[in-house]
Design a protein around this ligand. Structure first.
Ligand SMILES: O=C(O)CCC(=O)C(=O)O
Ligand SMILES: [Fe+2]
Length: 183
């Protein structure tokens, strides 16, 4: 593969409207995030002895808005798995599309990633979500994206982070990198 064609070097634009956990104290979204039966359910679903909410005041739970014309490009997540709850569905578009196990912990599969980015991966699937859909996926190796939202109603989704270890925090640098602020 010529270096310029390497999938990691492609340029994409990302717009995001993110509300962090510290901006919604006492909200229903945070109560759901911390709801013990949900945490136990997710642990059982993921085959973990236990899961814990994250301690990070910003990252533990986020609400992201996608407005008309906005999307989230193909990516992998840093964490082993990700939990989302769709709060409001858009009128059109804003589909969650995923490609299961595109890479593995020991094989980055750059050719496969390039094929996906070129729209030539026939195994990519769309998950039909409605408001209230809980989505748990292994985003570390399953590539995923959100297609462009259309229409007046913004897509609103809560993103919940849980870990096997209690007390997980981002570093200050990570908070600034993700959110543009440390506190
Ligand atoms: O909005 C979604 O459905 C997915 C969000 C996501 O992939 C992420 O925040 O990493
Ligand atoms: Fe993601």
């Amino acid at each position: 593969m010529p270096p310029a064609a390497h999938p990691a070097l492609r340029k994409v634009e990302t717009i995001s409207h993110t509300v962090c956990a510290d901006q919604i104290p006492g909200s229903i979204v945070l109560s759901i995030y911390e709801y013990e039966p949900l945490v136990r359910f997710l642990a059982a679903a993921m085959g973990k002895p236990q899961l814990h909410v994250m301690q990070d005041p910003l990252a533990r739970a986020n609400v992201m808005g996608y407005r008309a014309g906005e999307a989230l490009n193909w990516h992998f997540d840093r964490s082993e798995f990700t939990t989302t709850l769709l709060l409001q569905a858009p009128e059109f578009g804003g589909d969650f599309e995923y490609r299961t196990d595109l890479r593995s912990d020991d094989d980055p599969n750059y050719d496969g990633v390039a094929r996906l980015l070129d729209g030539r991966d026939l195994e990519a699937k769309i998950l039909r979500m409605k408001a209230g859909t809980l989505n748990v996926f292994r985003g570390k190796n399953t590539a995923h994206r959100v297609t462009t939202v259309e229409g007046e109603r913004e897509r609103m989704i809560a993103v919940f982070s849980y870990y096997e270890r209690p007390g997980v925090m981002f570093t200050e640098e990570e908070r600034i990198g993700f959110y543009g602020r440390a506190a």
